[in-house]
Design a protein around this ligand. Structure first.
Ligand SMILES: [Zn+2]
Length: 377
């Protein structure tokens, strides 16, 4: 079925903003929760390397992307005062285990480890930046506060969507799934994973088109790290030593609920017809969702009953800083004469689990004059 890709949001019906498990916190000036002295030691870990290529879904292998970003990060961060920067690897041929990276961090007496990555997924339908932090206090709060600061910069500088600061539980433990995090905190070194954006998706393709972009992301990482620790650089003419308006408040004594791992799919996703205009061959639909233990983050639409899916879109009102989203919104879809739409939606939550909606199947084809019949199932 051919149909016009032109879609117009005619109105966002901002109904009840759902209050979820995630507390409503605004990004306001807050105290720095990570204590440190004047001699910071930072380890930058370019993810993968050697025989471990990382994702191959992008323009170049992830190990190359990570090193370009990490080198730009390390050289800019070194321009700040009171910080010594190390890297776990400085070429693309070195194969290094995750535990060896943590041991290296310990050997240089690291205060913090930043692991540099790019993302990918099987369905190639995702987009945005995310940061993984530990589930364990106080490390959870350290990564939560840093990750929020970093996402704000990526959103404002590049328009990269903030997917949130997340945690992932280990398979057989209450601790962390990701070894680069667990092996470091075992050594009492806080560690976060930065997944800058998706190397394999169509939405983020514009953000992974050149090596200069990977370099720029490293420089932005460096500035975020400097702001997080309150550093200054006379070479760069930047001073973050005062209070920062960009720090979210975080509780170092407890697990921060905003990093909660939602392991279930959205509770419900529903699509219904608001109106059909037979003269312009357009349909306005309302999409509604409920998600009690998390938030809706993006959706994708099919007009051929689920055989093919359009590019993912941000769920209207999705606010990963506050954990809120619009519980319902309307979309106007344009078709051509001869089309017989079969509409279904997939609504995804912050952890990429989706629920498929009911289906609206047109029995008649559009013919630019008569109102076509449809059924909602
Ligand atoms: Zn990776």
């Amino acid at each position: 079925m051919s149909f016009s890709k032109v879609r117009v949001f005619i109105s966002m019906v901002l109904c009840i903003v759902l209050f979820t498990l995630i507390p409503c916190e605004n990004v306001i000036a807050a105290d720095r929760v990570f204590p440190h002295d004047d001699n910071l030691v930072i380890v930058i870990d370019p993810g993968h390397g050697g025989t471990d290529t990382g994702t191959q879904g992008g323009r170049i292998q992830e190990r190359f992307m990570n090193l370009i970003t990490a080198q730009a990060l390390a050289s800019r961060l070194s321009m700040y005062e009171g910080v010594t920067v190390y890297m776990t690897r400085s070429d693309n041929d070195t194969t290094m285990s995750l535990t060896d990276r943590a041991k290296y961090a310990q050997s240089v007496d690291a205060d913090f480890v930043f692991s540099i990555h790019y993302n990918a997924c099987y369905a190639h339908d995702r987009f945005g930046i995310e940061v993984y932090t530990s589930r364990v206090a106080p490390y959870n709060a350290y990564g939560y506060q840093f990750g929020n600061l970093l996402m704000q910069k990526f959103e404002s500088r590049y328009g990269i969507f903030p997917r949130g600061v997340k945690t992932r539980k280990g398979l057989r433990t209450e601790g962390d799934y990701y070894t680069i995090i667990s092996a470091n905190i075992y050594r009492e070194i806080p560690a976060v994973i930065i997944e800058h954006c998706f190397a394999d998706g169509t939405v983020d393709a514009v953000h992974t088109a050149s090596d200069d972009q990977f370099r720029s992301y490293g420089e932005t990482d460096a500035d975020a790290i400097a702001e997080y620790f309150g550093l200054k650089s006379s070479i760069l003419g930047i001073d973050f030593t005062g209070a920062s308006d960009n720090l979210i408040s975080a509780d170092p004594a407890n697990f921060n609920d905003a990093t909660y791992e939602d392991r279930t799919a959205p509770d419900s996703v529903n699509v219904s017809v608001v109106s059909v205009d037979p003269t312009t061959n357009t349909i306005t639909v309302r999409i509604e969702a409920t998600e009690a233990d998390g938030m809706m983050m993006f959706y994708t639409l099919s007009t051929d009953g689920g055989w093919t899916w359009e590019e993912s879109e941000v769920w209207p009102g999705a606010d990963t800083y506050n954990g809120t989203f619009d519980s319902s919104f309307e979309l106007t879809l344009s078709f051509e004469a001869g089309d017989r739409p079969d509409i279904v939606i997939k609504g995804f939550n912050r952890y990429d689990a989706y629920t498929k909606s009911n289906q609206i199947t047109f029995i008649d084809r559009f013919n630019s004059q008569d109102s076509p019949l449809y059924r909602e199932a």
